[in-house]
Design a protein around this ligand. Structure first.
Ligand code: UTP
Length: 300
């Protein structure tokens, strides 16, 4: 398919934020689900910080209707900044400025209809161009030090090709996820060569218990394959279908990273994400622990 090296640097990241977020309705009726608060910041900020830590230089947000708040969050807010300055709230002001992305290093492309994750990624093709890129699902927040994408970049430096972060789940749960088959004899550090990808398999037939998580490094040849991908599960154009096609020509590696992924796109997942991240915060954790210890004792 290509005789170019598959180890060129990964400078750009795609963050698809055009989904409807139906699982979090009605909270997400007028607020993008990527802007829901996780401890003290919008979910998307945690993901952008993970990508920044991994050395990403350009951020491509695939947005849709009603997602304006995401663009505003990464933009200057002169009146607010001025007010904070006048009130002497310098630390807060610095925090706001730290969250911004450098001018010219973020792009917003529009997915006019939420036709699926694969389609959202395809919408970023012109901005990504002919280079490998990271894909981060912004409703999946990963706790890990270093961050999940940083760990993947370190492995990519050795393997090149395409990488997928994977989580191991009990076999009876694999039917809910995309599952990868692996060749345990072909490893590079923690990474294992992927032999197949199966969407929501029967537990007995699943090739492994490694499920596809929310972080990827992909080669640009994926775009042409997404274009040829027919709508799959739920009538949506699935990224996994295009990755399966790319697997015929290029190596894919499963990366069992060190850390925990939280799906903050459902009510329970959202609550768990908040609690898990708050328990990581040395200022909040003791008070939260105390709250839970007393929880229910007084009937409150
Ligand atoms: P999800 O399937 O988790 O998001 O996609 P969703 O469709 O918004 O959620 P529900 O199921 O209705 O609650 C993962 C990420 O991909 C984006 C979403 O915004 C989310 O961040 N996405 C999904 C798109 O950008 N476009 C799509 O067509 C689908």
């Amino acid at each position: 398919m290509t005789d170019r090296p598959l180890s060129r640097p990964v400078r750009k990241a795609v963050l698809p934020v055009a989904g409807l977020g139906t699982r979090l309705l009605p909270a997400t009726k007028s607020i993008p689900k990527e802007m829901v608060t996780v401890v003290d910041r919008p979910a998307i900020q945690w993901v952008v910080d993970e990508a920044r830590e991994a050395g990403i230089e350009h951020f491509v947000f695939v947005t849709g209707r009603g997602k304006q708040a995401i663009e505003d969050h990464f933009d200057r807010a002169y009146e607010l900044e001025d007010t904070l300055k006048r009130r002497g709230k310098t630390a807060l002001l610095e925090r706001l400025l730290d969250d911004l992305l450098p001018p010219g290093q973020c792009s917003f492309v529009r997915q006019q209809e939420p036709l699926g994750l694969g389609h959202a990624v395809w919408c970023a093709r012109d901005v990504i161009g002919d280079e490998p890129f990271a894909l981060l699902l912004p409703d999946m927040l990963v706790q890990g030090t270093p961050g999940c994408l940083r760990q993947m970049m370190d492995i990519y430096a050795k393997t090149g090709g395409n990488l997928i972060a994977v989580d191991e789940v009990p076999r009876e749960e694999v039917h809910k996820y995309g599952v990868v088959g692996i060749d345990e004899d072909q490893t590079v550090g923690r990474a294992m060569r992927i032999t197949e990808m199966v969407e929501k398999p029967d537990p007995q037939e699943a090739p492994s218990t490694f499920i596809i998580s929310g972080r990827y490094i992909l080669q640009p040849e994926i775009f042409a394959l997404i274009e040829k991908t027919e709508p799959g599960a739920g009538g949506e154009i699935q990224i996994t279908d295009a990755m399966r096609a790319l697997l015929r020509d290029q190596p894919f590696w499963a990366v069992p990273y060190e850390g925990i992924t939280h799906d903050c796109g459902s009510p329970l997942g959202f609550l768990k994400t908040n609690l898990a991240f708050a328990m990581d915060d040395p200022e909040l954790a003791p008070a939260l622990r105390e709250f839970f210890e007393g929880f229910g004792k007084s009937g409150s």
